[in-house]
Design a protein. Structure first.
Length: 276
């Protein structure tokens, strides 16, 4: 999971720089900070968001990978399904390597859906890249710290079938809540839906893009449950975290846009318009 995020963040960092170089060759008026019409980068806002994302992610790496805080070692205990709450109990599944791999593949597909935003003006590409990096960093930090704090056993621990030995050895078997894959998938879906609808409020593609991105995210959640890696409540928590972060980050970049608020005099008096 961490390898997928690291590779994807590296691509996100490099792409805006590549886009800037090539766009400047084609258009000397290219503005790396964007038009400021839809979303606006701001040193204070982005400093806080990037700092928060790096602090959360860095804190998780320190607490989990270096200090191994709250990391549990499996002692061979056989766990009973009767110990699981009624809400989650019925959907407990044994580990499935096929479904696990399919979930990884669908997650990558979900993370790449914001490529659709390349249909926006090229001046907005760097802004979108920065916002997306902030979204993924914050979402990653929140879900990883929650995993350490909750320390919940994965569903496959309640099955008598084969369990992924690598996860048993590294302590990942006790990091079920929340679902990281689902967090990322819904963060991506929410981010794409919010930004696309703001860029293209009258586009007939708004509904297909929104439904498609959330359908992929839902597919990720379903596969996380069917693979035995997560309980239903795990993926619901991940979906909630991802959606909130995916909307919050781009929304905060609308607060200082050029046309975020407008006042006009009409025949009926003053008209106030705010865009969200």
């Amino acid at each position: 999971m961490k390898k997928i995020l690291c590779i994807f963040l590296l691509i996100l960092v490099m792409f805006p720089l590549f886009a800037e170089e090539n766009s400047e060759k084609a258009d000397k008026n290219f503005n790396i900070r964007g038009s400021g019409k839809f979303f606006a980068l701001d040193p204070l806002t982005d400093g806080i968001l990037l700092g928060t994302g790096l602090l959360l992610t860095g804190g998780e790496l320190l607490l989990d990978d270096m200090l191994e805080l709250n990391r549990r070692k499996y002692d061979g205990t056989v766990y009973s399904k009767s110990d699981v709450n009624a809400f989650d109990r019925e959907l407990i599944r044994p580990y499935s390597e096929i479904h696990d791999g399919a979930g990884d593949f669908l997650l990558i597909a979900s993370l790449t859906t914001p490529v659709i935003l390349l249909s926006s003006d090229k001046d907005e590409w760097f802004t979108n890249g920065v916002m997306y990096i902030e979204t993924l960093l914050i979402a990653n930090g929140l879900k990883e710290l929650a995993k350490i704090a909750v320390n919940r056993k994965r569903p496959y621990m309640y099955s008598d079938r084969d369990m992924p030995q690598e996860e048993i050895e590294n302590g990942d078997w006790a990091k079920s809540m929340p679902s990281g894959h689902t967090t990322f998938a819904f963060a991506s879906a929410a981010f794409l839906t919010y930004t696309f609808c703001r860029y293209f409020p009258d586009s007939p593609w708004r509904i297909p893009v929104s439904i498609g991105s959330y359908a992929i995210a839902t597919g990720v959640a379903v596969l996380r449950v069917s693979s035995g890696k997560h309980f239903l409540s795990d993926v619901l928590a991940g979906a909630a975290i991802g959606t909130v972060v995916g909307v919050m980050v781009p929304f905060l970049h609308t607060l200082k846009t050029k046309n975020n608020m407008s006042v006009a005099v009409t025949g009926n008096g003053l008209s106030l318009t705010m865009r969200f």
